[in-house]
Design a protein. Structure first.
Length: 410
């Protein structure tokens, strides 16, 4: 890493790579009283999180890992943020967490644990919350709760320990996004050429008050050869420029900066032929940001479909495979989401036969989804009676309500 990056770092404090970005790095034993405030805040944060999520999620909560972190703190060791690899995460969710971890480690470098101990502890706890909930394949709204908390705490931490010279809110946010992406490109992807390019864009934004000093990538500079891809990138770039022009000096300036940075990430990854999950991550975030800048609601986050069964049978009727195929197609388009298959019984106190039949139906649907290409680690199967939060579905409920399994993509 760090030939190209350290040259830039010598000119400015804004782009600093932390050495402990490896997932297998060992937590160091601390001298007495070193980082004491940070360690106490981190321990308190982990304990509060342990109480909350253990009660809320029960067996789905990874309590052993968090108790181990608290024990390390008790004996004077400083646990590092969890790695997505610890939970076997893949696809866009793993990419987002890997990028976030690199950015967090960069912010925690140097004197951050002493200069801003409370911000640092909150950022690490919320990141580990995000990782653990994603690892448990909980619904996206639950994962998003921790992800959003992490974003707020990370901003507070970066503002405290990585000051930006610019007074423009747009430029300040843009500099943070580009410099963080450059660190990820260098430390994780080992792409020093593009890391240098994005670091320079970040430094230009950091040093200027002119909100037009850094523009979105010019498409002709990148190897976008697909006849279908180029017109699409041109359309989205025009939408981005219009949205940024409206919002770069308003209350949505930071959102506009994130949109521009994600567009550049999307272009760069598409050009270099990055793995699909890396491309989808930037593309989907960019589109969500543009929609938010336009005042549009995000694309539908929760999709529900119903698979109907015949009386007292767990075998999926042939006509229902069309619904499963549709669900699999939707799930593969939203690779960061959890696919939940709900086993239904008609009443809270259903007998053992009804519960077993409902679970066999849900398992049959889960297997069929896997045969259609949905990874098994994205599918969770749960049991609910019809009195427990019945779902609104796209189709009318069958006359006998227990004769179904529900697929929720959330």
């Amino acid at each position: 890493m760090l030939a190209a990056v350290l040259v830039l770092g010598s000119a400015s404090p804004h782009f600093v790579a932390h050495p402990d970005v490896r997932a297998d790095a060992k937590p160091a034993k601390l001298p007495a009283n070193r980082h004491a405030t940070f360690a106490k805040a981190l321990s308190d944060g982990y304990q509060a999180y342990l109480r909350t999520d253990e009660q809320k999620y029960g067996a789905e909560f990874d309590h052993k890992r968090f108790r181990a972190k608290i024990l390390e703190l008790d004996i004077g060791k400083l646990p590092l943020p969890s790695s997505p690899d610890d939970y076997g995460l893949e696809d866009t969710g793993a990419v987002a967490l890997a990028e976030a971890r690199t950015r967090l480690m960069r912010a925690l470098g140097g004197t951050a644990r002493d200069a801003a101990p409370l911000f640092a502890a909150k950022a690490q706890v919320s990141y580990d919350c995000w990782t653990a909930r994603a690892g448990a394949r909980l619904p996206s709204r639950d994962v998003g709760e921790c992800r959003d908390q992490f974003g707020r705490h990370l901003t507070d931490l970066e503002n405290a320990v990585l000051p930006i010279r610019s007074t423009s809110p747009f430029n300040r946010a843009l500099a943070r996004e580009y410099l963080a992406y450059a660190a990820f490109k260098a430390s994780v992807r080992k792409d020093f050429i593009d890391a240098r390019h994005f670091a320079r864009k970040g430094l230009r934004a950091a040093r200027s008050d002119d909100p037009e000093i850094v523009q979105p990538e010019v498409l002709s500079r990148w190897n976008l050869n697909s006849e279908k891809a180029v017109p699409r990138f041109i359309r989205w770039r025009e939408k981005l420029i219009a949205a940024v022009a409206r919002h770069r000096s308003g209350p949505k300036a930071a959102l506009a900066a994130k949109a521009q940075a994600r567009f550049d990430c999307w272009v760069e990854r598409a050009s270099e032929g990055a793995p699909p999950a890396f491309i989808r991550k930037c593309e989907s975030e960019f589109i969500d940001y543009v929609r938010a800048l336009k005042g549009l609601a995000p694309a539908q986050k929760k999709l529900q479909l119903v698979v109907l069964f015949q009386d007292k049978r767990a075998r999926i009727p042939q006509p229902q495979f069309a619904m499963i195929k549709k669900a699999a197609t939707l799930a593969k388009r939203s690779a960061a989401k959890t696919v939940t298959v709900i086993a239904r019984t008609p009443r809270p106190n259903s007998d053992e036969y009804e519960v077993r039949l409902a679970l066999r139906r849900a398992e049959a649907v889960a297997k069929a989804l896997q045969h259609q290409g949905v990874r098994g680690d994205r599918i969770r199967t749960i049991y609910l009676s019809d009195s427990e939060a019945p779902a609104k579905t796209r189709r009318p409920a069958p006359r006998i309500t227990s004769q179904r399994a529900e697929i929720v993509i959330d």
